[in-house]
Design a protein around this ligand. Structure first.
Ligand SMILES: [Zn+2]
Length: 79
């Protein structure tokens, strides 16, 4: 779990362990600087340092990524 605040509207954004797993899994060996998170309140894209995501993921025990569940990370959230 990683809690951040939206850069634009200050709304809290909670990334579940599954979201973190998805982001880390999708990044693979690319080691991106940031990952994109869509604010549930204003729908704008926040850039979150990937190190924070990875650190939170490790603290969560590095769970496997969810199968076929719409993530809130990396956009494309189903409507
Ligand atoms: Zn926002």
């Amino acid at each position: 779990m990683l809690n951040i605040s939206c850069t634009y509207c200050r709304a809290p954004i909670n990334l579940s362990d599954g979201d973190l797993a998805q982001a880390v899994h999708e990044a693979g060996d690319k080691r991106p600087k940031t990952t994109h998170v869509t604010c549930p309140s204003c729908r704008r894209t926040n850039k979150v340092p990937f190190d924070r995501v990875r650190q939170a993921y490790r603290m969560a025990g590095s769970p496997p990524p969810p199968e076929e569940e719409a993530p809130t990370v990396e956009g494309e959230a189903a409507a």
